[in-house]
Design a protein around this ligand. Structure first.
Ligand code: SF4
Length: 77
């Protein structure tokens, strides 16, 4: 499903380790040994789950773009 490809960016240093992103999109996000989230597979979940994960992040450090169009999907400006 190339039309669904997402480009996800995450500033791991800022992560507070609450795990909300992993809960919403466990195929995409995981926690490292320091309790910081990282992207394990940018295509690991449905688009709506990745966007829900980004929206659930309490400090809005997950940025999602549509890879094909380059449109920013989250956060909205
Ligand atoms: S939701 Fe945000 S703050 Fe929480 S673990 Fe994921 S990236 Fe870190």
């Amino acid at each position: 499903m190339p039309e669904n490809k997402l480009k996800i960016a995450l500033d791991c240093e800022e992560c507070i380790g609450d795990g909300a992103c992993v809960e919403a999109a466990p195929g995409t996000f995981a926690m490292d040994d320091d309790d910081k989230a990282f992207i394990k597979d940018a295509q690991g979940d449905a688009r709506e789950d990745v966007l829900a994960a980004a929206a659930d992040c309490p400090i809005d450090i997950i940025v999602v773009h549509d890879e094909a169009s380059g449109d920013k999907l989250y956060p909205e400006d």
